[in-house]
Structures are given as C-alpha cells and as structure tokens.
Design a protein around this ligand. Structure first.
Ligand SMILES: Cc1ncc(COP(=O)(O)O)c(C=O)c1O
Length: 381
C-alpha cells in the first residue's frame, strides 16, 4: 500500500484548540485583547525568571523592533551568523545598519563565537546570534563577549522556544530574546512572534513599536511618541498560542526522541554529515544533514525530487545569507564565511514533527540511503 506523503514539518492543532478558537471568534473580540494579555502572561510563567514578554505578528517584526529598542540605526554594525534565514540580516539592513557576517561551526551550525572578536569594530553595537535548529549557543561565552565589548544582544530564538541552556529556558534570561511562532516552528500561532526581556522600559517601548507608537496617558487619551509599526497579534492567534504552549514540552520531548531515532538509524552511515547532538536542552526544531552533492554529481533539487518520489518531503534551511542576491550585490562574499557557504550548499532538512512515528524515521533513512546509494553508482559509471 502506498504510504502517505511525509512533509518535513507539520503543526499539531488539536480539537480543544479549534473549539477555543471558535469561542474567541464568537466573542466579538478579535484584535488584541484579553487573549493577548493571557498569552503574554502564560509565556512569562513558562519562561520563568523576572521577565516581560510582548507578542507580535512575527519574529521578523520582533527582531526589527528589538534592534530599534536597542538603539540600532544608520551606520551601526550588527554581528550575525552567515547561516540563518535571511530575516536575521534583513532586519538589520532595513534599519540602514550593516550586517557583519561571522562564520558558523560545521556541526552545531551556530555562530562561531571564537571568530566574533575579530569582527568587532568601533561601530559594532550589537550581536545577534541564532540558536540554530533549537541548539542554544554558548550563552556564558556570548554574554561574556557582549559585556567585554559593551554590546547589546538580540537573540534570534526563532527556532528555540522550549530550548534550555544549563537547565534554564532560552528567554528566561538575556537582553532581548525573540521567538517565532510560524507554523513550522515548535509551537505556532499561525504567524506570530514574541520578545522576552528583563527590562521594563524596553517592554513599554515594544508595546509602542508594535502599535503605531501609541502611548495612552492616565485618562486613556492617545498620544503618538514616534511612527510605530502595526504588528500586534490578534486574540484568535493568541488563543492558539495559549493552547500550543500547554503542549510545547510534550512536543519537544517527542522531537528529542525522534532526533535520537535518527542518530540511531544513521549510525555508521558515512554518506552524510550529522548535526551536533547537543544535550537535553536542544529542542530539535529541525534535523539537518549535509550531503556533498557536487561529489555525487547530483543537484539538491534532484535529491529532493527523488526523495519526494519515495514520499518524503525535504526542506532546505538555508542558503547562506551572503550567497543571496541582495547581499552579493552589497559586496559580501560567500567565500569569507566558508563553513556557512558549505552548509548552505549541502544542507537538507529531514522530516521532524511531533506526530511522526518511529517507523516514519526509518522510512526517511531507508529512502535517504537508497537515493544516495543510487547517486554514487550513477556518478561512477
Ligand atoms: C532564524 C530565523 N530568524 C527569523 C525568522 C523569522 O521568523 P518569522 O517567520 O516569525 O518572521 C525565521 C523564520 O523561519 C528564522 O528561521
């Protein structure tokens, strides 16, 4: 019997959540209201620590606001890994600041913090690491560097809701920590994002940045402090977030089990480069292996097609940022960050989402081995 197509990611929305959303839809309160406040309170309780959380329409919107709150603007330099989704650098460029790309580690896929000092100049104002695929960066080293060089830190934690560093949730400490709730992420609000900060003034500014720059006085009268954005979350989305947050630790526990199954099934297979295993704090947003497509004389789209023919969806996260047109034309060179360039060429994302079974993992690995075996044979004929 033909098995159903296995996508590389799939959100899990349960009946309880659908019923709760229906109630919100019937309530008449659809824009930001009590559910947004409740979702923010739930995130504060989940993260722990003495934190303020504000939610918004996406991590992209959140990263841009966080940079603005940190005072980043024209001509400032912000250090960012060369391997991430383009949004990580786009938000810097949109503020007319300059992204300074630093290379990554081949296995953790995280920014190589040893290379950061050489990238710091008198114009450097902030560092924006990415907890890639849910594996936290070395936070002691990161905040040590930031303190030594008086840099703000905007953590791109788009992949890292539920991740922990030394037993502490990402977002329970740190300067400005930005999560994504896009449908592919470990929890979703359809689209959405959140910022966690320990700074009450920053939280107040974020409220203004996300809603027209509006501040109300003690009488409820509106004033506009600056031209803010329009990036507030709806109560419908917030209700989904409340339900997803309730299930997040369960989702992430299953993600860890599935990652473990991948490591078992791929043990001894030399056809791919595996990611770092991390520890129990890794939330396994994605499981990615590297394949030397050039040596196999196979393109990545061909590989994706052959896997799709076997019913397996394969993602690509991501091309390196300096390889993208806008950045190439701005003068960045992929060769300057060679590890990110290699990962950008060779990375493939295997299916990983909580509803997957252990058998699904074996199906993926069998297909992977069959497709790669075929490619080696083809290239030697
Ligand atoms: C590392 C990283 N940063 C930022 C974003 C942007 O997130 P959003 O889609 O919520 O704007 C993404 C989205 O995939 C991402 O992967």
């Amino acid at each position: 019997m033909k098995q159903p197509f296995l996508p590389f990611a799939r959100p899990s929305i349960d009946e309880q959540s659908i019923a709760a959303v229906a109630e919100v839809l019937k309530s008449g309160q659809l824009a930001s209201g009590p559910k947004v406040a409740a979702f923010e309170a739930a995130l504060v309780a989940y993260l722990g620590g003495d934190r303020q959380v504000r939610v918004m329409t996406s991590a992209t919107a959140g990263l841009e606001m966080a940079l603005e709150v940190a005072g980043i603007g024209f001509g400032d330099e912000v250090i960012v890994p060369a391997m991430s989704f383009a949004a990580s650098a786009n938000v810097i460029a949109r503020l007319r600041a300059k992204p300074v790309f630093v290379d990554i580690d081949l296995y953790t896929r995280n920014i190589d913090l040893n290379r950061v000092p050489a990238a710091i100049t008198p114009k450097t104002k902030a560092i924006m690491p990415v907890h890639f695929a849910g594996l936290p960066v070395d936070m002691d080293a990161l905040y040590g560097l930031a303190a030594a060089h008086e840099l703000r830190v905007v953590e791109d934690a788009a992949h890292a809701i539920g991740s922990q560093y030394k037993g502490k949730p990402i977002g329970s400490f740190g300067d400005l920590v930005v999560f994504s709730f896009h449908p592919n992420k470990n929890m979703t609000t359809l689209e959405g994002g959140a910022i966690s900060t320990g700074d009450a003034r920053a939280a107040e500014l974020l409220e203004q940045y996300r809603f027209h720059g509006i501040k109300r006085n003690a009488f409820g009268e509106v004033d506009v402090m600056f031209p803010g954005a329009k990036s507030n979350l709806t109560d419908v989305a917030a209700q989904i977030g409340i339900d997803q947050l309730r299930r997040l630790d369960g989702f992430n526990a299953r993600r860890r089990e599935l990652a473990h199954r991948y490591f078992e099934a791929l043990q001894g297979f030399t056809g791919v480069v595996l990611p770092a295993r991390g520890d129990a704090g890794h939330s396994w947003h994605m499981f990615q292996v590297l394949i030397d497509f050039a040596a196999r004389r196979m393109t990545r789209p061909e590989f994706q097609k052959r896997m799709a023919d076997r019913g397996i969806g394969i993602g690509v996260h991501y091309p390196s940022i300096p390889s993208l047109k806008f950045y190439r034309e701005a003068g960045y060179r992929d060769e300057d960050t060679p590890v990110a360039a290699r990962v950008g060429r060779e990375t493939v994302t295997l299916p990983l989402f909580p509803a997957m079974t252990d058998e699904d993992v074996l199906r993926v690995v069998d297909a992977l081995k069959a497709v790669l075996k075929h490619a080696v044979v083809a290239s030697t004929v």
